[in-house]
Design a protein around this ligand. Structure first.
Ligand code: AMP
Length: 435
């Protein structure tokens, strides 16, 4: 009897492979993001994927979905650890740990990488997802707040994402937040019995979170809730008015949304979210979120520096972006005919690669037809064919797979001939002619 086949293993639910063919879009996105943040003076910081659990509990806050339900936490040799659900806490930890504030008055830091939250997977929502983000520590704003929002709008424009909507709000400083908490509790308490279980629980613990609820039962209470903008103190109001005036002067589109609170606890004053409405985006239309977190560095045992940051979801950016993939990097295919030609083909391939051309040598051999089929599958524009007769004469055949034209050349002219074909336009088929 045949042995049973070993059981196939699958990726963890909500965690995706990114395959060749798709990864090129990631590279293009990442290149634009890196270029935009570079021109704004941000420098990259890379922090570990795993951090002490208390870092996230203290910064993101208890009573938030992320901390209460979504963190990949475990104990390793008695130490509580968590696979990072977001980037800001780690960046602030590193900023404090390396005393960056003693080296520069303002730090502009950029990060990019995978984040982990055990959310219910849906289109645009995964358990391992990727964020790129920026943090500015040491600048109280509102100038930097306006610059950051303007940079993000410009970034999505460069990515070809149309219809982005920028929502801004102010949560005020500590005093304002506490005052608003009381006003909000007074509004929610009489409505308690109409609210979802989660929201009922949060009235006592973290009432601002109720405003973040998507539960249908909570929507009426949210719509009638008092606006936080009505309880801003004079300093908070000046800050928010300053931000709006700057955005107006920059011509950066935005909308004030007083019920925007967002899921993380550490925000204070400026808060913003960018939503998209096009492409393949479904219900998960939040492309990017951020805000000011002036109190966080001090709360984590660091200096009292003001700070602001944002994170954009890369999967969602890809869903919103147009697909502009081309075959630009399709390989040149070297097709050796016969065993003798294989060694020569490997040398020819090396010559093309040394000249910077992506090249695949079909050293498995095979028939000409099979090899050209392979070239088509790659989307190759050029094939280089060589057999015994070519080797004896020191020549190669360069085949333009679009026009089917073929030229025989000395090997010394190979690189320029291949470049010539790659640079030549593909002729449109004449009417009546097949593809
Ligand atoms: P946050 O860190 O929650 O402020 O999220 C910032 C951005 O990250 C969001 O606007 C999304 O674009 C993206 N994001 C957050 N959670 C997920 C997730 N589970 N799956 C995919 N993208 C996400």
């Amino acid at each position: 009897m045949a042995a049973p086949r070993p059981q196939q293993l699958h990726a963890v639910k909500g965690m995706n492979d990114i395959l060749p063919g798709e990864v090129e879009r990631w590279h293009a996105l990442e290149a634009v993001v890196r270029d935009v943040v570079r021109t704004h003076g941000y420098r990259e910081i890379r922090t570990p994927l795993i951090e002490p659990t208390p870092l996230f509990v203290r910064s993101i806050g208890e009573g938030t979905d992320v901390v209460d339900k979504e963190m990949y936490s475990f104990v390793f040799h008695d130490e509580p650890l968590t696979v990072r659900p977001e980037g800001t806490a780690s960046v602030v930890r590193a900023y404090i740990e390396h005393a960056l504030h003693t080296k520069e008055p303002v730090s502009r830091l950029f990060y990019e990488g995978p984040m982990f939250r055990g959310e219910r997977p849906a289109r645009g929502r995964t358990r391992q997802f990727h964020q790129a983000g920026c943090e500015v520590l040491g600048d109280p704003g509102p100038g930097i707040d306006a610059e950051m929002i303007d940079m993000i709008v410009g970034l999505y424009r460069r990515l070809g994402v149309k219809d982005v909507e920028v929502l801004v709000n102010s949560l005020g400083g500590k005093g304002t937040k506490a005052r608003y908490r009381d006003v909000l509790v007074a509004h929610l308490e009489p409505l308690r019995s109409t609210l979802s279980d989660d929201s009922q629980r949060r009235i006592g613990m973290n009432p601002l979170r109720v405003l973040d609820s998507k539960h249908p039962k909570d929507q009426e209470a949210i719509a009638s809730a008092p606006s936080i903008l009505d309880v801003l103190d004079d300093e908070d109001k000046k800050h928010f008015d300053g931000l709006r005036a700057l955005l107006d002067q920059l011509g950066t589109p935005y909308k004030v949304e007083p019920r925007l609170v967002r899921g993380l606890d550490y925000y204070a004053r400026t808060l913003f979210e960018v939503r998209g409405h096009g492409g393949e985006l479904g219900a998960q239309n939040a492309l990017c979120g951020g805000g000011r977190y002036d109190g966080l560095p001090e709360e984590l045992g660091g200096p009292p520096v003001p700070a602001i940051g944002f994170a954009m979801g890369l999967e969602r950016a890809l869903l919103a972006m147009p697909d502009t993939r081309t075959n630009a990097d399709a390989p040149v295919l070297i097709a050796p005919l016969g065993d003798r030609a294989i060694a020569r083909a490997l040398v020819v391939a090396r010559t093309l690669r040394d000249a910077g051309l992506t090249t695949i040598c079909e050293s498995r051999g095979g028939t000409m037809k099979a090899m050209l089929r392979r070239a088509n599958a790659f989307g190759s524009r050029v094939a280089v064919v060589l057999g015994d007769s070519e080797i004896d004469r020191g020549v190669v055949q360069v085949k333009d797979l679009a026009s089917h034209a073929q030229q025989e050349l000395p090997e010394s002219e190979l690189v320029s001939a291949v470049r010539g074909v790659l640079a030549s336009p593909v002729a449109a088929p004449k009417t009546g002619e097949g593809p």
